[in-house]
Design a protein around this ligand. Structure first.
Ligand code: ADP
Ligand code: MG
Length: 323
């Protein structure tokens, strides 16, 4: 871990005044860089160094925070030093706010927004997109190669295109070749198991689930959702299914061909079953349905908390996303 220049007082001020419906309209000027199920990723406009903050509002006590920091550091260290992925410089920041609630951020050196995969695929040609997928597959291979060679450790990774950024990408001259290097940014959810034991407390994932659904999600989906990130084939299907969401479904057949060719040649010792279009399509439909139900439930939860009970709601929920 490298200490980045973080001003806790500004973060405290931000938490006091954050408008979770419109995070950019609060008293402390921020710019959103992205968001996920639980995290809001932003930069502080007054920061001198370019830093990305991933706000992760899921912790109830210090014990959970300590465990998470341990898992986060270990996950980043392994990816960086043992697996050989490029990751941004990383750090954490946390404090107890005025109401004694824990506010926690994963902090990273900021990378340019234009160089992130889901932006890049809308700027380059189809051949370059195919090259990008192949480059991502090579990064994934490093992870599952590591898993193969380490009996007691299992690493998971989220292979979505939005988790990779291209080094040296020039938006004014957008192109990708086989020598382009990638950075993996989605390191805030430490996914690894030592002797089969999840390093992170997986139930913390449930914190973004409305309480009226928690028991159901825990019983029905939690293991499945977490397991998915440890299975290279499923991670790859998820990566390919991204292209439905990105409105580029016409590319999916050739991407599947490319990926299957990769499995057969460069990763033959994994003896991977070829991926089919139907499989990707089915996965996408299922995933989309779960996501829509979940998003609507969260909006109801937010309404109940903020409008009826005048309480605080911790998570940022995006408006309609085209999927
Ligand atoms: N270090 C960073 N610099 C700039 N943007 C980032 C950085 N890390 C993440 N982002 C943006 O935020 C998005 C979500 O971040 P990510 O780490 O993937 O979190 P999640 O687990 O919520 O997917 C990314 O797809 C990217 O667009
Ligand atoms: Mg991500």
């Amino acid at each position: 871990m490298i200490r980045l220049k973080i001003d806790i007082e500004i973060l405290k001020r931000l938490e006091r005044s954050i408008d979770i419906y419109n995070p950019e309209n609060g008293e402390v000027p921020i710019k959103m860089l992205g968001f996920g199920e639980i995290s809001l990723v932003f930069e502080l406009l007054d920061d001198v160094e370019p830093i990305a903050y991933k706000r992760i509002p899921i912790f109830d006590n210090e014990k959970q925070v300590k465990r998470h920091i341990w898992a986060y550091n270990e996950y980043n260290r392994i990816l960086d030093q043992e697996v050989g992925l490029n990751i941004p410089k990383y750090d954490v920041a946390w404090f107890k706010d005025d109401e004694d609630k824990i506010q926690f951020y994963c902090v990273q050196e900021k990378i340019s927004a234009e160089s992130v995969g889901n932006r890049v695929i809308h700027q380059v040609n189809d051949d370059d997109i195919e090259t990008l997928v192949l480059l991502v597959m090579r990064e994934l291979k490093k992870v599952w190669e590591y898993n193969k060679n380490h009996e007691t450790i299992d690493l998971g990774l989220d292979g979505q295109i939005s988790n990779f950024s291209l080094i040296g990408y020039d938006p004014n001259n957008p192109k990708i070749d086989m020598n382009t290097k990638l950075i993996y940014v989605d390191t805030s959810t430490p996914m690894f198991r030592k002797n089969g034991v999840e390093a992170m407390d997986a139930e913390l994932f449930l914190k973004s689930t409305p309480s009226f659904l928690r028991f159901l999600v825990k019983a029905a989906f939690l293991d499945e959702v977490v397991d998915r990130y440890y299975d290279w084939r499923l991670v790859t299907i998820d990566l390919i299914a991204n292209f439905f969401k990105e409105q580029k479904s016409e590319l999916i057949p050739r991407i599947i061909l490319k990926v299957n060719e990769f499995f057969a040649n460069e990763a033959s010792d994994f003896e991977m079953e070829p991926i089919t279009f139907l499989e990707v399509q089915k996965y996408y439909k299922n995933d989309k349905m779960i996501w829509v139900i979940f998003q609507n439930a969260r909006k109801i939860d937010r309404f109940i908390k903020t409008k009826l009970f005048k309480k605080r709601y911790d998570f940022y929920l995006p408006e309609k996303i085209k999927r």
